[in-house]
Ligand binder design. Sequence first.
Ligand code: HEC
Ligand code: HEC
Length: 433
Amino acid sequence: MKILIGIPAFLLALFFFAPPLSDAPTGFDNKSNGLVDDATHTADQVKFDEIEQLADGLGPLYNAQSCRECHQSPVSGASSQVTELRVGHNGPHGQFETPSIPIAHGTEVITGRSLVNDRAICPNAAFPDKEIQERVPDTENIRTFRLSLNLLGDGFVEAVADQSLTDLAKQQCKNSHGKICGQVLFVPVVEAPGQMGVGRFGWKDQHASLLSFAGDAYLNEMGITNRLQPDEVTKICNTVSEPNDTPGPDGLADIDHFARFIRATKAPAPDAQLAGGAVAQQGRALFEKIGCATCHVAALTTAPAGTKINGGTFTIPSALGSITFHPWGDFLMHNVGTGDGILQTIPEHYGRKVFQQMSGYLSKQDFESSRNKIRTAPLWGVRLRPRLMHDGASLTFLDAIARHRGEAEQVTDKFEKLKPAEKEAVFAFLRSL
Ligand code: HEC
Ligand code: HEC
């Protein structure tokens, strides 16, 4: 008790009664972060890992048969080397236009999406003479690959208040005297029609909610229609009625299991041994000193348990409330000179229904100004990713850093002026994350 003498009573009260802030659990052990029990988490993972077949509604156009195919290394829910392909072209006034992709010998033209699916279910036994594979027409000369992203720990990201991200953007702009100003992008929450949230998921911050993303991915990556995305991209070769994803005996559809699986994952764990070493510690200090941490933010805190998010459809549970986590990212959009020029496509990400209703509440201008911006890549788990940046085209940390221009220009210059041993220390720090 002796050490308490002299500390004013109100400070003591604060210490004992302020809502406890704790750090997010980390690990690659396939266990729940406390949101559900481990058995439920394992059952949700089985859904995430499941290989979909024709009878489940796979396709007609798709990229892979299971979420795990692209989100797996080192465990289900993480990232992988798999990329997806997005294309488009400039219209007469320089504006982005989505591609027109003829399929089935030109009898149908796919429009309204930038994604080009790499696979198709036919020709097959039922449709031996149908051929619907998408191919990029020569006219679609804006082209990029986008690498699969890590999902581990994303429940914490979802639970950060919109206001915290808006404040972060303002603070960052102020502190850097207007040089580094992350953009907040309000996007539709698909499960809450008419409601918006601050986008934080996807390379272009295209979603605010994990359930919205799960519905988008189930349709666009796997061709499985669901209650949030009920329209097939094409009906040719389609045999299973819509929506393909229907609720099971527990009342939950697959997309609900996917969202709960992701929400219950632990955050990526740093390499404790490396992180504690003197060189990585020096690297961390340099990373912060030269300004990398302006965008690659060390810590964020979630809103308290009980807060309603996602347009009022999700209440933050105690396992995700008032938690500090270390994503090394700000989830804001920046122009670092690497933009791929491809704008978010509204019917593709939010469904045709939202597209028809959105004109009143979605700012087209906001979207257009984000065309050449990319969300700061969160660096948690980066030691486990051999390909870097949205297109996976940078294979070393040095290459990735050298590509940072635009808003990051001055920070990159400072990095380039570091002594060789100091650069090595920054790499050692990155290898510890
Ligand atoms: C063919 C590979 C592929 C499949 C299959 C796939 N994804 Fe993804 N996933 C990606 C890519 C690529 C991105 C980044 C997309 C972008 O932003 O353009 C991504 C991003 C995400 C994100 C955003 C993560 C973040 O932190 O920003 C979520 C959530 C997600 N996927 C969930 C799913 C779910 C759920 C499934 C199964 C229904 C699934 N994905 C299937 C490739 C895939
Ligand atoms: C102005 C904001 C900003 C600053 C400052 C910044 N970055 Fe980045 N960083 C980004 C963005 C945005 C991306 C994603 C770019 C892309 O994919 O095209 C990124 C990507 C990366 C990646 C690739 C990660 C992955 O998983 O693919 C690494 C590594 C990285 N940054 C390290 C650094 C280092 C080291 C510094 C300081 C020398 C730094 N960054 C400064 C915004 C920033």
